[in-house]
Design a protein around this ligand. Sequence first.
Ligand code: SF4
Ligand code: SF4
Length: 215
Amino acid sequence: MIVGKQKPLPEIREMIADYGNILILGCGTCATVCFAGGEREVDILASSLGIAAKLEGKERVTTKHTVKRQCEWEFLDEIEEKVKQADAVLSLGCGVGVQAIAERFPEIPVLPGLDTLFMGMPVEEGVWVERCVGCGNCILNQTGGICPIARCPKGLINGPCGGYRDGKCEVDPTRDCAWVLIYERLKKMGRLDMLHTSQPLKDYSKMGHPRSITR
Ligand code: SF4
Ligand code: SF4
C-alpha cells in the first residue's frame, strides 16, 4: 500500500487561504488504511478547518466526501457535481490521487492535504515501514524475500557493508541490518548458497520516470 501522512494544519490552512468553498476529498483505499485520509480524517479535518475559520472571522464552506479510490477516474465521476460547486478540492489521497483528480477535473485547483511517503506495510498498530521502492527489476527471489534496496539505507545488493553491530544497521542502530535479515532468512530456507551468486550492477534505468505499463 501507499503510505502517507497528513500535512500539518497550518500548512493546509495556508494552502486553502484563497478559497472559500472547499471540497475535502478522502480516499477509501490506502489513505484510509494508514489513517491519513479516510472518512474519519476528512471529518476531523473539516471540523478543524471550520474552527480555524471561525477564529479568524472568515467565511468558509467545506463539503466532505470520500471516494473508494482517488487514483482511478471511474471512482471520481460521483464527485462531478460537488467539484462544480467548489473553489478547490483538498485531497486526502496520495500524490497519484491528487493528479488523477487534476486530470479528470482540469478546471479546478487540487491541493495535496497529504505528504505521500512510501510503499510499505504495517508492522504493528500505527506503525508502517517501507518495503519497496519500485525499482522495476525485482530481486526478492534472490534475497530471501527481503528487499535490500528499500531496507538497507545504502541500497547494497551484494551483501552487507560490514558496519552492522549485533544485527543492527550502522546507519540507524534502531533498525535491523537488511543483510543480516536476508542471511537469517536464507539460512532458514536452507538456501545460503544463494549468497555465493553476486548480483549484476543494478539497472537503475528501469527506475527512469515517468514509467508506465500496458497490459
Ligand atoms: S527489489 Fe525492487 S521491486 Fe523488488 S521489492 Fe525491492 S525495490 Fe521493490
Ligand atoms: S549495516 Fe546493513 S542495512 Fe545498514 S547500511 Fe550496512 S549493509 Fe545496509
